[in-house]
Design a protein around this ligand. Sequence first.
Ligand code: PBG
Length: 334
Amino acid sequence: MFFPAYRPRRMRRNENLRRLIRETKLSVDDLVHPLFVVPGKGVKKPIHSMPGNFQMSVDHLLKEVKQSKDLGIPAVLLFGIPDEKDELASGAVRKDGIIQQAVRAIKDRVPDILVITDLCFCEYTSHGHCGCLKDGDVDNDATLEMLAETAVSQATETAVSQAKAGADIVAPSAMMDGQIEAIRDGLDEAGFENTPIMAYSAKYASCFYGPFREAAESAPQFGDRRGYQMDPANSDEAVREIGLDIEEGADIVMVKPALPYLDIIRRAREEFDHPIAAYNVSGEFAMIKAAAQMGWLDGERAMMESLTAIKRAGADIILTYFAPEAAKLLQKQA
Ligand code: PBG
């Protein structure tokens, strides 16, 4: 029998030893909390497949944002669900649109937290697709014009309402070719050179968005998103997509979903030195919640293990519905 002199288990024998050699430390600084805002007052409608998450009117949203801020979470990501949808997503570009109202209210009442606005049309179109339709197909270039217009109006509205210029970060998520450059130009022309873009660069056509589509009421009415979102089987393509977005001016690049794509996060980390975000999406959240409710998993540990894995893979920023829960736990541990 051969017994090696180096026995790794020596360093695992108690928590203080483990703390000394721990490589990855999850921090509240890494977290972004996604939230869903709807028109009206006094609305707080549970999203069944995402326990603890709600569609909220601005009054309730403000309380939630304040709670996130008090927990030390640096940013929220906002999704707007308008009252009325139409073919051209007009609700997204309106100055008094739901997102614009929400951003203004947050900047006014809870200024000390970053507001990231999701920039996509699937919540606003009657057909549920992320862009303009032409002959039953999503028209890339017409969508680019719409996207640039929305970015400008959102940022403009926010700037008017607050001393700091613009929504703090805009996050285009439609996977239209050339969208980052178009939005960067639009922002610059309107005087928002300092508004960063977080690009959903490697966004896969994933079934893990299922619960989100209930939350955002954005399920496509026909077809699916495989014509614009990425094929889950591809990895080199993610590198090309991320590279393009960086060339076009993205300040943060994102991989989405997170857990089934840890290899993509790791690859992005190795190939680019840009800040990398990973979106721990609704389905990843729902799986853990459901298993925990059944008593099949320790929900808290599954949450922390997942978030730590995403960070270990190379993410600097984690967008997650677990943000408040994880922040509370991290606070307790500190
Ligand atoms: C598109 C968008 C989606 C998500 C974020 N932005 C859904 C989609 O592409 O269908 C999914 C987020 C999640 O599942 O948590 N606006």
